[in-house]
Design a protein around this ligand. Sequence first.
Ligand code: ATP
Ligand code: MG
Length: 303
Amino acid sequence: MTAAAVRPGKSPPAMNRKHFLVRPGRRARLKDFDPSFTGPYRDKERAEEKLAQDIEEVAKWQDVLYAHDTHAILMIFQAMDAAGKDGAIKHVMSGVNPQGCQVFSFKAPSAEELDHDYLWRSSRSLPERGRIGIFNRSYYEEVLVVRVHPEILRGQKLPPQESGDGLWKDRFQQINAFERYLAQNGIHILKFFLNVSKEEQKRRFLKRIDTPEKNWKFSTSDVRERQHWSEYMKAYEEVFQHTSTRWAPWYVIPADHKWFTRAAVANILLWKLRSLKMSYPSVSKAHLAELKKAKAMLLAEKE
Ligand code: ATP
Ligand code: MG
């Protein structure tokens, strides 16, 4: 369980998933998404209550997901540094059974990974049926950091192909096709961009520098990447426009208040789990008869 316990009495206000959704096919402009938005919550307490309540229900659904053994959920997290990916993952998954959950963090590809196509390392990290898989960064880096630093492409050993805009359009299509294939095979994708403002990132970096226990989290390359802020935002907008689909939508989650980010992500996960309309598998007559027999045997034991 997370910080706040579920209190009896008046329920915390509902969250509206559609505030954060990038509508498929629409041009998405980040200036239309306020990083400090907190919806119906004026303070942390009510949002934490909502988070606790939703996490409790997520945990119940996760058990059904596991038993049902047909669907999997893949949650993809993308963001600028210090937007709170790690904290969101930790809090949202805090109530779930670790056996039903797996997290992969994707860094710059290794030599072995570069010997394969760019989706290879993701394919082998996909969640099994019945599980919730989390990608902390993902193949979207291939149209983000690689777009902002095109020199990375030279190390990718690519065959002759489109260059410039054509290459990114091709990658968007490849990603959409990959995600559609997954969705049709029961792997349901939720994509979250944690939308932190440039000012808030600066505050968090300064805190990491000034707090000894947080020093390890800071690297000077983070400040270098920050200098490319507007190029990243442009690349993200293109990603949203071209890859927010019916089968794998993007959600732009306000990230200047960590307590709100966590509550919003948990609520969207819960919505998805509910929408799958799963139930525990029904037991056959033969199996019920076996259960009865086993019970009789147990009760008949002498010691
Ligand atoms: P944190 O900083 O919160 O610990 P992080 O996800 O930023 O988490 P880092 O080790 O700082 O982790 O950074 C990982 C780096 O790997 C990021 O700069 C990211 O852009 C880079 N990366 C991820 N995938 C690729 C890729 N396919 N090609 C090139 N770089 C990549
Ligand atoms: Mg980092």
